[in-house]
Design a protein around this ligand. Structure first.
Ligand code: THG
Length: 292
């Protein structure tokens, strides 16, 4: 699995300041730390960057590629910022992301072709968030068709179904999993990717990783190709690297309907089992789901 570190993002207080003040040190330290933690790509998230995105993104790309040779994912909704980043990027880039707004598509797709970048196709339609797995399929087919049309092959398209927080809408959590089980059939050759930490947005900070890890194990049932993750969650990285096969097996058996005897599970197995119940909609999410 390809792991993309999420940590360089403008929402983080220290990184937000470093970006605004153009201080390379904290960003380069974080890039090194993410790299040492074992991630494969670095996500560079500057958000909407409406004002000076076209100056900020190239500065950030240069700041990071000066010290790290991993591939970069350019994460912004400002197409001018994306293009300015692509111009200076000295390796093959991943554009994060392309959605189905026509005005964005006409800018980003030719740009991806011109700079030979890969793209994340974000399943966000003209009417906003897709409501279920079928709407996601329609959006995926649409985006892939338009990308193919200008010469971007399926192998360069990473499809992101948009993970929503479990505390907001469990049906969307299930829809993402269902969509993942369909993707290989509707889009042969395309890759899959999620922003994993979205699942636990709004959850107490000390509990987020339980949901992140369990949802990743669930997505692994459908062969998830890549995930944008917290680079410093060591257990998550071990899980993704195939070093926790018993846990993954337990999660997958539960997804197939098996009801394990909770009284014989280890402490760790119980954490995962309880989280599977919440993420599959079997029990209702509450901040105390691990204690029940
Ligand atoms: N899909 C794609 N790109 C994405 C997302 C996605 N990019 C942004 C986001 N979702 C993935 N990245 C993050 C980055 C940080 C957090 C969540 C997702 C996060 N951070 C903590 C917080 O805000 O509380 C801590 C911030 C800090 O201090 O570092 O939750 O879905 N294609």
């Amino acid at each position: 699995m390809i792991l993309i570190g999420e940590n360089i993002n403008i929402m983080s207080t220290t990184i937000g300041i470093a970006l605004r003040e153009r201080i390379p040190g904290p960003i380069q330290n974080l890039a090194r730390a993410e790299s040492e933690a074992g991630i494969d790509y670095l996500d560079l998230n500057i958000g909407p960057a409406r004002k000076d995105g076209d100056a900020l993104m190239p500065w950030l790309v240069n700041t990071v590629q000066e010290v790290i040779d991993k591939p970069l994912s350019l994460d912004t909704t400002n197409p001018l910022a994306t293009e300015a980043g692509l111009k200076v990027c000295n390796r093959r880039a991943l554009i994060n992301s392309v959605s189905l707004q026509p005005e964005r598509l006409v800018k980003i797709l030719p740009m991806a072709k011109q700079y030979n970048a890969e793209i994340i196709g974000l399943l966000w339609g003209v009417e906003g968030m897709p409501r279920d797995a079928n709407e996601r399929c329609m959006l995926a087919v649409d985006i892939i068709y338009k990308a193919n049309e200008i010469g971007i092959p399926n192998e360069d398209i990473w499809i992101d179904p948009i993970v929503t927080p479990v505390s907001v809408d469990i049906n969307q959590v299930k829809a993402c999993l269902e969509f993942m089980s369909m993707l290989a059939d509707i889009a042969p050759g395309c890759k899959s990717i999620v922003g994993l930490s979205n699942i636990s947005n709004g959850t107490p900070a000390n509990l987020r990783s339980y949901l992140n890890r369990t949802y990743l194990a669930m997505l692994m049932k459908y062969g998830i190709y890549a995930a944008i993750v917290d680079a410093f969650d060591e257990e998550l990285i071990r899980l993704a690297r195939g070093e926790m096969p018993e846990i993954v097996n337990l999660v997958h058996r539960m997804m197939d309907g098996e009801k394990p005897d909770m009284s014989v599970l280890s402490h760790k197995e119980k954490e995962y089992a309880k989280s599977v119940k919440v993420l599959s909609g079997e029990s209702l999410y509450s901040h105390s789901w691990l204690e029940i």
